[in-house]
Design a protein around this ligand. Structure first.
Ligand code: NAP
Ligand code: MG
Length: 486
């Protein structure tokens, strides 16, 4: 039974073809508050049959609804209206996100929800920026391209930024004129389900957006295999991304994959130590380390390595956990028991592989899935904690001698999602930005995102980009038209 704190949160349903429905087989699951370990409410669990129904609705909407015939200005207005709706419900959505995912309300109310609204506002503006080309092939021909939507798109999202990831998948697809089926992560379905209600209120034709919580291995996989889905945009682990690419290949779908990371956060000796330590702390512990761009590999120039590690350890040790709904809380619980256990498993492996534990290294308390902010130093770059994505509040520090040593260490990873460099020397900063193999490089800052800035990975961190014009292009295909003149 839901606790009194959760009593007002009603059970969530599937949103298919403009209607809120139970799963066809009646299946449902409980979503849990990771700060209290208590169930919040029940959520309908889509079966493969429900995924089929959602795709059928999206296909009909794409081919036959007003969505396909409305002028682009009308589409832009509706996408803008979704952004307005989200903003108007900022606190409600932020609370829901904090309860479901353990994210501090100071983050969800100022970052996750407003940014999700901004994604819709940004893509509403881009609807009418889509243009084809005229190409001077021959004086006897008129050649031009039409940019057309790819069709029905599936969005599959992870649990760490639930409403923001939903926005990243839905908004550009709609801007392109596609229709969408979104499958949010089972660990954190509530804001996506509430978003379905808000989108419904905006008056989109039925079937343009469908939202179906359910298991990745069932509803998610069905979307990836469905012959009527033209594109899959996925954010999640590299392991599942590989699987999705394989399954999508059978019907040759377009795929965008935003996957894991092990981002190097680089500190040169000319930096102001107190500033960079504070920023290194934020880079790893923001959203309790459950961030694909977390600064989880700290590379510090030898001269200040000892001082940085010591001060970071002191700051980490002073951090306290709290109720995600308390505006003072900066550190919430990990998203689930499974995630907490996985993180603690990595911590044990770090100890076994001989890294020096400077701070944290254990669960905090015994109620709620809290893990102490952890700092490992003198880590062997081959160690598991330096190579694998932990997705929790654990940073591994190593020192570097010179620029060549730094680049060798920074790029010694299967991942290439993000990176950062701290220095007063513009040459060092830009040389690093050019040499690092990562989709984002922050210079003297960390973790900034904008709807207009393309985001995605090099190497095994992904294929394609979210955000910016780049993401919109992923939902469009060009048609070349040849007109014989005279
Ligand atoms: P995950 O296990 O890969 O799951 C992501 C989503 O895929 C969930 O909705 C999941 O469903 C679904 N899924 C699982 N198996 C599937 C299958 N066979 N076919 C279709 N869908 C399937 O990742 P997660 O544990 O939720 O999230 C953490 C990971 O995401 C981390 O590795 C992190 O780096 C990565 N991430 C990357 C970015 C980025 O932008 N690059 C952003 C955020 C997170 P269920 O879980 O509901 O069953
Ligand atoms: Mg939850």
């Amino acid at each position: 039974m839901p606790s009194p704190q959760h009593a007002k949160i009603k059970p969530a349903k599937l949103y298919i073809n403009g209607e809120f429905v139970d799963a066809s087989d009646g299946a449902a699951f409980e979503t849990v508050n990771p700060a209290t370990e208590e169930p919040i409410t029940t959520v309908a669990r889509a079966s493969a049959k429900d995924a089929d129904a959602a795709v059928a609705a999206a296909k009909t909407a794409f081919e036959k609804s007003k969505w396909a015939t409305w002028p682009s200005a009308r589409r832009a207005q509706l996408i803008h209206a979704i952004g307005d709706k989200i903003l108007a419900h900022t606190m409600e959505l932020a609370e829901l996100e904090s309860i479901d995912a353990g994210k501090p309300i100071r983050e969800t109310s100022t970052i996750d929800v407003p940014m999700a609204a901004d994604v819709f506002h940004y893509y509403a503006g881009l609807v009418r920026a889509v243009t084809g080309d005229t190409i001077p092939v021959s004086p006897k021909m008129l050649n031009f391209t039409l940019m057309e939507p790819v069709g029905v798109c599936a969005g599959i999202t992870p649990w760490n930024f639930p409403i923001l990831m939903a926005a990243w998948k839905i908004a550009p697809a709609l801007a392109a004129g596609c229709t969408v089926v979104l499958k949010p992560a089972e660990a954190t379905p509530l804001t996506a389900c509430r978003l379905a209600e808000l989108i419904h209120e905006c008056g989109l034709p039925p079937g343009v957006v469908n939202i179906i919580p359910g298991k990745g291995s069932v509803a998610g996989q069905r979307l990836v295999e469905h012959p009527d889905v033209a594109k899959v945009s996925f954010t999640g682990s590299t392991e599942v991304g590989i699987r999705i690419m394989q399954d999508a290949a059978k019907t040759l779908k377009k795929v965008t994959l935003e996957l894991g990371g092990k981002s190097p956060n680089v500190i040169f000796a000319d930096s102001d130590v107190d500033t960079v330590v504070k920023m290194a702390q934020q880079a790893i512990y923001y959203n309790k380390g459950e961030v694909c761009t977390a600064g989880s590999r700290l590379l510090v120039e030898e001269k200040i390595y000892g001082e940085v590690v010591e001060k970071l350890g002191q700051r980490a040790a002073k951090m306290t956990h709290g109720d995600p709904l308390d505006p003072e809380t900066r550190l919430g619980p990990q998203v689930s028991k499974q995630q907490m256990e996985s993180i603690l498993g990595f911590v044990e492996s770090g100890k076994k592989e001989g890294a020096k534990l400077v701070a944290g290294g254990e669960r905090a308390g015994n109620k709620g899935y809290f893990v102490k902010p952890t700092v490992f130093a003198d880590v062997d770059p081959k160690a598991k904690i330096f190579q694998e994505e932990i997705f929790g509040p654990v940073v591994s520090a190593v020192s570097f001698k010179d620029f060549d040593d730094l680049i060798a260490k920074a790029n010694n990873s299967i991942y290439g999602l993000a990176s950062a460099v701290w220095t007063k020397d513009i040459n060092k900063a830009l040389s690093f930005a050019k040499a690092v193999k990562a989709g984002t490089c922050w210079i003297n800052t960390y973790g900034l995102f904008d709807s207009a800035m393309p985001f995605g990975g090099y190497k095994m961190s992904g294929i394609g980009r979210d955000n910016g014009m780049a993401a919109l292009e992923g939902y469009l295909q060009s048609k070349s038209v040849w007109v014989a003149l005279g």
